[in-house]
Design a protein around this ligand. Structure first.
Ligand code: SF4
Ligand code: SF4
Length: 332
């Protein structure tokens, strides 16, 4: 049990799917040394297959009795997708095939293969939203419980979940045990690796790179026991931020503000069906459980209050006028 817990809140109403966070993380941590195929941060289209493919159906986590559930280790090619490169040299160097811009391999799958497809039929009732995902730095991590080597631990000072590479033997039980599939096998060193919440930056009072670079200002970072922090207010005071798939039993510490608005559907003649909504509430219940109803109710009530009176601490928080107002890391 760690003394304090760092948390991240992501506002799904503001994510534009630009992948700046993904690039920030990849550039910082995973573009080399056997990590090339890994995305410690990814942004997937929901509904969709996600990354790795169909991760919600691959097991792990705990049942209601607290027992660790069996899980599957995703396949490198079929489920993650092997990174590929393009013929930049021939293209830029005016060589014979310079008119053809093509990958070096013929990929059949990769992250965001089904980006922006979503569900429903265009233009009547299609819908999707973006779901950014990192390791949840869970309070009860499935990866940690599954490891027979005690190689995974939570830092006392902030609850960040890390792999002790000296102890890890590359058995990969952790990958099966994580229901979010956010821990990866590095084939180059035969060890497991994962998001470290940019702890070297945290130690300098700086937010993780994904949060620092987020152009949508969707990511808040702080300690859950700090009543002045944005994350405390969003999770505990207003109770509008909810963990993803809490039914997995790992007590995730990344929380989400659910999407509150969805366009109306069109009828066969292309006219708006008044009062209809494209995004089925069942999809949000699947991700966030029954708490999503109260969250949306509070968000809509505060939005209305803000419009009518000009005052709402919650709306001001979520608008995030200053990027620096989204992080509170140096109060310990
Ligand atoms: Fe472990 Fe997965 Fe939880 Fe991250 S999300 S702490 S890898 S169980
Ligand atoms: Fe969404 Fe921010 Fe990532 Fe862009 S940088 S995809 S807005 S979380």
């Amino acid at each position: 049990m760690s003394k304090r817990q760092l948390a991240m809140v992501m506002d799904l109403n503001k994510c534009i799917g630009c992948q700046t966070c993904t690039v920030a993380c990849k550039t910082q941590w995973t573009n080399r040394n056997g990590r090339e195929y890994m995305y410690w941060n990814n942004v997937e289209t929901y509904p969709g297959t996600g990354y790795p493919k169909n991760w919600m159906e691959l097991g792990g986590g705990f049942d209601a009795a607290g027992d660790l559930q069996p899980g599957v280790i995703p396949n490198l090619e079929a489920d993650y997708g092997v990174p590929w490169d393009y013929n930049y040299e021939s293209l830029m160097g005016g060589m014979a095939d310079s008119n053809t811009f093509h990958p070096h391999v013929s990929p059949t799958w990769g992250p965001n293969w089904d980006e922006d497809q979503g569900a429903g039929a265009f233009p009547q009732d299609n819908y999707f939203f973006y779901l950014p995902r990192i390791c949840n730095h869970c309070t009860n991590p499935g990866c940690l419980s599954a490891c027979p080597r005690d190689a995974i631990f939570k830092r006392e000072e902030d609850g960040v979940v890390l792999v002790d590479l000296d102890r890890c033997q590359g058995y990969r039980y952790c990958i099966a045990g994580c229901p979010y599939k956010k821990i990866y096998f590095n084939p180059k060193i035969s060890k497991s690796e994962k998001c470290i919440l940019c702890f070297p930056r945290i130690e300098q009072g700086l937010p993780p790179a994904c949060a620092q670079q987020c152009v949508g200002r969707i990511r808040f970072v702080g300690f859950l026991d700090d009543e002045e922090s944005q994350v405390y207010k969003l999770v505990h005071k207003y109770k509008v931020a909810i963990g993803l798939r809490s039914d997995y039993g790992t007590q995730p510490n990344v929380y989400y503000i659910p999407p509150t608005e969805s366009p109306a559907k069109f009828d066969a003649e292309g006219k708006i069906i008044e009062g209809s909504t494209r995004l089925p509430i069942e999809e949000l219940e699947k991700l966030f459980g029954p708490a999503v109803h109260d969250s949306i109710k509070t968000l809509k009530a505060e939005m209305k209050k803000r419009k009518e009176t000009g005052v709402s601490e919650l709306m001001d928080l979520l608008i995030a006028y200053q990027h620096s107002d989204m992080f509170r890391l140096d109060n310990n």
